[in-house]
Design a protein around this ligand. Structure first.
Ligand code: FAD
Length: 280
């Protein structure tokens, strides 16, 4: 399925619901979003494989709906034998795309496992399965929170590309300059992979603050203050969020971003509306 909004490919991310009811709701959300003709839909993978069953079930559903599906796959705490087994399952399911990650374990779990970084996972997948999978990796225009420095984070990104990643999806951000700078820096290192910006629609103020604190994405002061000033007025938060995120997407498209990856949070309304506005 080729996907275009004014020739800009999009992809959409979901997380695996915990209940049968949640799975059914997600099916309905996906049907609404398929009008956008996404290039692929991806499903996140919980720390230490905790959501493996739900992730694989949602990936199976997406493939059965005739849409390309990417399974996220994290290696923290995993063994080589375990990853090998899961790759066999994914291949048998007909999965052709993986988002290969290190992942995070809840504090107190230590790291353990036989993989230290996502680059180790990418190298292992290539070693085990050749070119069977298209591999996406994570990129951090505003620098990963545990990185020693921006330069070492860029080198970590380079290691993933050199280990065999085909393309990258970024952590979300609201400052387009950070993205353009990251792409320039990656180009300067000769890393010839598309870096697709991750887009987080703004639909709730508290949820956004909570996520952003945890993953190191910066909410610019002017956005934070505006959101705070709306208090519980969710209609104003949503209206403001649509304006801000659509303008960001416009800026990214104008600057040559190779696509947009939407963090849907299993909701369709904001993503649909942003895409509708972008097509105008
Ligand atoms: P890595 O690329 O391994 O980097 C982790 C840290 O190690 C960075 O600080 C990096 O600078 C450093 N580093 C890497 N290599 C080296 C080296 N050789 N020497 C020194 N330092 C090094 N999490 C989930 O649990 N499930 C998901 O489904 C999921 N999906 C995601 C999708 C996207 C698009 C993004 C952007 C993130 C996602 N995450 C997910 C979050 C991700 O797992 C965390 O951000 C995690 O902390 C880092 O994963 P990584 O793959 O980027 O790790």
């Amino acid at each position: 399925m080729t996907s275009q909004i004014d020739n800009l490919p999009i992809s959409i991310e979901f997380f695996p619901p915990k209940t049968p009811d949640g799975m059914e709701k997600l099916r309905q959300v996906r049907q609404q979003l398929y009008v956008l003709k996404p290039e692929f839909c991806s499903v996140t993978f919980g720390a230490g494989g905790s959501t493996q069953e739900g992730t694989f079930a949602a990936v199976r559903d997406i493939l059965a709906e005739g849409v390309d599906a990417a399974s996220h796959f994290s290696c923290i705490g995993a063994t080589r034998a375990g990853v090998r087994e899961q790759l066999v399952i994914l291949r048998a399911m007909g999965v052709k795309r993986l988002v290969a990650l290190r992942g995070d374990l809840p504090s107190g779990y230590g790291t353990g496992g036989e993989f230290q970084y996502a680059s180790d996972l990418v190298a292992f997948i290539r070693h085990e399965t050749g070119d069977d999978f298209r591999i996406e990796v994570a990129a951090y225009p505003e620098v990963h929170p545990q990185a020693k420095s921006p330069a070492s984070d860029l080198q970590a990104f380079a290691s993933k590309v050199r280990a065999g990643a085909n393309s990258a999806i970024t952590q979300y951000f609201y400052n387009a300059d950070a993205y353009f700078r990251f792409v320039e820096d990656a180009d300067a290192l000769g890393l010839q992979v598309p870096v697709v910006p991750g887009i987080m629609p703004i639909t709730s103020s508290t949820q956004l603050m909570r996520f952003s604190d945890a993953c190191g994405a910066e909410i610019p002061r002017w956005i934070r203050l505006r959101l705070q000033s709306f208090g519980d007025d969710s209609a104003s938060i949503k209206a403001f969020g649509l304006d801000v995120v659509t303008a960001l997407c416009e800026q990214l498209r104008a600057g040559g971003a190779p696509g947009l990856h939407f963090y849907s949070m299993n909701q369709s309304v904001a993503t649909l509306e942003i895409c509708r506005r972008l097509a105008l």
